[in-house]
Design a protein. Sequence first.
Length: 226
Amino acid sequence: MSMIQDMQPAQSSATSPFAPHGTKSTGKSGVDDQQDRFLQLLVTQMKNQDPLNPLDNAQVTSQLAQISTVNGIEKLNATIQAMANSFTAGQSLQAASMIGKDVLVPGSTLQFSGGSGRFGIDVGQAADQVEVTIRNTAGAALRVLNLGAQAAGSQILEWDGKTSDGAQVADGSYSVSVSAMRGDEKIDAQTLTRATVQGVSQDNQGVRLNVGTLGTVGLADIRQIL
């Protein structure tokens, strides 16, 4: 017990900026500590001012306004950080609920297995004509799907594994691309790959989903949950 008492003054002197003046640390927050430092410095400045050249009232008011502004900004930052942490925690729970589920994410890979190959497209705006081309690993076109007019948004598509001449392809990996036109204008469109969510992680980009060989994607990359 005596050892703890002997050590306390040394700790206080090392951690408190006012220890040399006999001021004890109160364990206040950083914002309150900064405000206390400013006020003590201001009071010291006023005590030691030249009676023949006292501090200007406008200068004192300006300094008080500055510390009030800094204090407000610090508290606002703390509030925003707390909200961000809460939002991230909510995202993590949402992402964890998708583990084991199939999703559509941006990508050009199509896995054909068991007589079916599911993928998707995402069209930026309404199109008069949409075409999807399926190719083998060598880049040769196997099938062109004419989807006609399509509304804006994402949708799930399914390939039966038949080539343009009616032949049946073997199970495996293929690639898919999409082209969308409105009149003579080409509009934005992208293909979506089917993947299974295998895990959830978090980095400086936020919550990430592990989707196997496709790597990781963000929650915003999920177009549909199958």
